[in-house]
Design a protein around this ligand. Structure first.
Ligand code: DGL
Length: 275
């Protein structure tokens, strides 16, 4: 098998990374995708760096059972806490969401005041501010964790009073700091784009540009595969979905994150020895 025919592996702590898979499937419809959601061990966002790195390593081991042309870490927390460790000894290109998101934020910001929202582990790691400052040293960065957005997204509460009040509360310190750009540093947050825009415009009278890490990492993946001559020119790609627990829930909730074309989901045990 040539590397052009090899699949792209994508992993996340669970269902949220399907926002990244959706973007990859949209931009690269001919590519075969293997998606793994570690639903048995989510959330990663409240776990320690050591634990997240250990979990992420087992996800990569699972994906590498097949020949791959690239691996995308869809999860912001795993990108922030585990990418450096995972890169060691890996011959497959590995892309996380932090660097592409940071580059887009630095490019997008008009006044250099940038907000970052994410899960606790991502915010605590300081990865986004470090990556943004390495490109735009004068940037002023304000970060905030927004853990309640994850269950709200999975419950499908994307509009209405409850998510609006939650967002208003989370975004207030960022509005006070007068950010002009906001990085959506969690897999689930792109689902709230419309509401976030609405809160900034109507409640705070601000025009804030949103950076979606899913779009940015996909653009980077397209560039990488084009540069290396590894794009698949064949027919529509095959998409396979795996999770570590509750595949029925994954299929139902995942549809909201991925879109309609959802196929079979298989449950896997990451501790089982290779077939
Ligand atoms: N996928 C995680 C992230 O992007 C959100 C859910 C979790 O905490 O596991 O940080």
């Amino acid at each position: 098998m040539s590397l052009r025919d090899a699949a792209i592996g994508i992993f996340d702590s669970g269902i949220g990374g399907l926002t990244v898979a959706r973007e990859v499937a949209r931009r690269l419809p001919n590519e075969h995708l293997i998606y793994l959601g570690d639903t048995a061990r989510l959330p990663y966002g409240s776990k320690s760096p050591v634990t997240v790195s250990r979990y992420a390593a087992t996800c990569v081991d699972f994906l590498r059972r097949e020949p791959l042309k690239a691996i995308v870490i869809a999860c912001n927390t795993a990108s922030a806490l585990a990418l450096a460790d995972l890169e060691h000894d890996l011959e497959v290109p590995l892309l996380g969401v932090i660097a592409p998101g940071a580059r887009a934020a630095a490019r997008t910001s008009r006044g250099g005041v940038i907000g970052v929202i994410g899960q606790e582990g991502t915010v605590r790691s300081g990865s986004y501010p470090r990556a943004i400052e390495s490109i735009l040293p004068s940037a002023k960065i304000v970060s905030h964790d927004c853990p309640l957005l994850v269950p709200l997204a999975e419950e499908g509460w994307l509009t209405g009073e409850v998510p609006r009040l939650t967002l208003r509360r989370y975004l207030e310190p960022l509005a006070c700091a007068k950010i002009d750009t906001l990085v959506l540093g969690c897999t689930h947050y792109p689902l709230f784009k419309t509401l976030i825009n609405d809160v900034f415009t109507k409640d705070y009278g601000m025009d804030v540009r949103l950076v979606d890490s899913a779009e940015e990492v996909t653009a980077e993946l397209c560039d990488l595969l084009t540069r290396r001559g590894r794009l698949n020119g064949g027919g529509p790609g095959r998409r396979r979905f795996f999770c570590t627990d509750a595949p029925e829930r994954f299929a139902v909730v995942g549809r909201r994150f991925f879109g309609d074309e959802f196929t079979e989901v298989r449950q896997v045990d990451l501790n089982a020895s290779r077939p």
